[in-house]
Design a protein around this ligand. Structure first.
Ligand code: NAP
Length: 521
């Protein structure tokens, strides 16, 4: 496969250097363009980072001599890249405008900066959690008149340490109502040179500007859903965060206490560990090059996770969790840890780009990878499997019972009468219970309507699935080879065509093409 040409904006900084190190020998992307502040512009990369290269591996030979451009001069990147990673340290308003300028010039931007995290039509991605938010990209392009360019961002560098384990529980039906989070954030999170050593050594600084707000608000967008062309936040979850800067080089740690919304249905400690250990998502299914094999690693040792010992787990891309126990105030507490400049910054950005590539947003050829996933999608079967898991009812029986409801009530409906008899419960109660528990990316929503559970399939998912099946020839798949005669008007040399003929020409040609695609002659 031909590699995509990629640029790094802010290539000389803490995150930019991490990008350079991680992208060396990347199977899909090759660094062809580097940019930073006007101070570094015009220098060779090795000159621009002289005396401040922070990685433990040497500067890759492939980038050493590349000239660094001024990131503010977008024109310089045109024609040199297929997309860029953005890790510039600039005023928010300037960053917002700069990133959109790249997008307007047909250069997609995968950003680490916070500037666009609050923008309604910009997805903030953790691929294991909200990969479905990619469906906002065509809307963003339409809203802003963008052709090929767009902006996606990743969240704050500490968020994944706690939101990934929280999401894994929510996905299994254990909705979280409140959380208290205390983070201990590494110095590399402040960029280079960062906090002066005399301020930080032998010390803890209980304040990181803007960080607590980000830690509280960003999860609501990540856990939200795309509705009517917007990302609607999940505001049902309330988070209170304390953010501290600690004298650790890399690795953000979070001590978390959680309360479950349904106090009658709380998971046991053992069940939670099992959910975390088994958690897997689209990056793993698509086998993306940077995806960790196990997104959440549970460490049973009583004094883990620890930054120095656990931040590099699975190439620095896993979240390591430990010390799960009951909480005297809320329901449970635990410690989460992840590498802030890998999973929380450059590695997370690269995983976002890999997801975009696999989903065909960066290069159409890569849609073939996606085909593998979607061409196996049978919605009725998938819904029946989800229902079988929730109800312990036979899947094949559920398939027989699934109905197509009247217009406006969804794509499939499951009547709960049969369960009412078995469970000796009101079917209205059962439908409410089931609909609150089922949450899947291919489902836009699951609604209880009287005794029915109504399933609405995500339009983005459905259209990708239909197109996939068309392109892979699975939708029209016939062994019929008979000859068929289709009679319709076509241009006639003896008689001029008039407008009325056009309809018949188009209909006839379409029928003829469809039959030919089916294998008929
Ligand atoms: P950093 O070490 O201070 O690097 C900043 C980069 O921005 C450098 O390449 C710098 O170029 C460039 N820059 C500075 N002023 C500029 C200007 N006026 N125009 C264009 N480029 C300019 O910061 P960092 O820690 O790498 O963070 C970069 C971005 O990623 C920030 O937005 C930060 O919030 C975000 N982020 C950081 C982390 C983390 O853990 N560090 C995690 C997630 C997100 P010069 O070298 O030429 O000055």
């Amino acid at each position: 496969m031909k590699k995509l040409k990629v640029g790094v904006l802010g290539a000389t900084g803490m995150v930019g250097q991490r990008y350079i190190a991680l992208l060396e020998n990347h199977p899909w992307f090759s660094v062809t363009y580097l940019a930073a502040s006007p101070r570094s512009a015009g220098k060779k990369y090795f000159e621009a980072v002289l005396g401040r290269w922070q990685m433990t591996t040497p500067i890759p030979n492939s980038v050493k001599n590349i000239e660094v451009y001024d990131a503010n001069k977008v024109e310089a990147a045109i024609g040199k890249v297929d997309f860029v990673f953005s890790a510039v340290e600039l005023d928010k308003e300037l960053t917002r405008e700069l990133e959109m300028k790249y997008a307007r010039n047909n250069i997609p931007v995968v950003s680490n900066c916070s500037a666009h995290r609050g923008t309604e039509d910009v997805p903030m991605l953790i691929p294991e959690i909200n990969h479905s938010h990619l469906e906002i990209i065509p809307i963003q392009q339409e809203n802003r008149g963008l052709k090929k360019g767009f902006v996606v961002v990743k969240p704050n560098c500490s968020v994944q340490s706690y939101i990934t384990p929280m999401f894994a529980l929510e996905q299994k039906g254990y909705k979280i109502s409140r959380a208290i989070i205390s983070t201990m954030q590494a110095t590399s999170g402040a960029g280079h040179p960062g906090v002066p050593s005399l301020d930080l050594l032998d010390n803890i600084i209980p304040y990181i500007g803007g960080e607590e707000e980000k830690s509280e608000v960003e999860p609501q967008k990540i856990l939200g859903s795309v509705q009517n062309g917007k990302i609607i936040k999940d505001t049902s979850i309330k988070i209170s965060a304390h953010c501290n800067r600690v004298p650790v080089v890399d690795g953000h740690t979070a001590c978390v206490s959680l309360e479950f919304a349904d106090q009658k249905n709380k998971p046991s400690i053992e069940e939670i560990k099992k959910i975390w250990k088994e958690f897997s998502s689209i990056p793993q299914e698509l086998d993306l090059p940077s995806a960790p094999k196990q997104p959440i690693i549970y460490n049973e040792d009583q004094d883990r996770p620890q930054p120095r010992k656990d931040r590099d787990n699975d190439k620095g891309m896993s979240v390591t969790v430990g010390r799960l126990r009951e909480c005297n105030v809320f329901d449970i507490r635990f410690v989460g840890l992840s590498h802030n400049t890998i999973r929380g910054a450059a590695g997370g950005g690269i995983l976002n780009a890999e997801l975009l590539h696999a989903k065909g947003f960066l290069w159409f050829e890569s849609i073939i990878k996606l085909f593998k996933y979607y061409s196996c999608m049978d919605y009725k079967e998938s819904i029946a499997k989800l229902l079988a898991k929730e109800t312990k009812f036979d899947k094949d029986k559920i398939i027989e019972l699934l109905e197509v409801p009247p217009q406006g009530l969804g794509d499939y409906a499951f009547p709960c009468f049969i369960l009412a008899k078995e469970l000796k419960k009101n079917p209205l109660e059962i439908s409410k219970e089931i609909s609150s528990k089922i949450k899947e990316d291919f489902l836009e929503k699951v609604d209880a309507k009287g005794p029915y559970v109504n399933f609405f399939i995500s339009k983005g998912d459905l259209s990708t699935s239909v197109l996939t099946n068309i392109f892979t020839g699975k939708l029209i798949n016939s062994t019929e080879k008979e000859k068929v005669m289709v009679e319709y008007s076509s241009p006639n040399t003896n008689k001029p065509l008039h407008l009325g003929h056009l309809r018949n020409n188009i209909l006839g040609l379409s029928i003829s093409n469809l039959l030919e695609a089916k294998g008929q002659k």
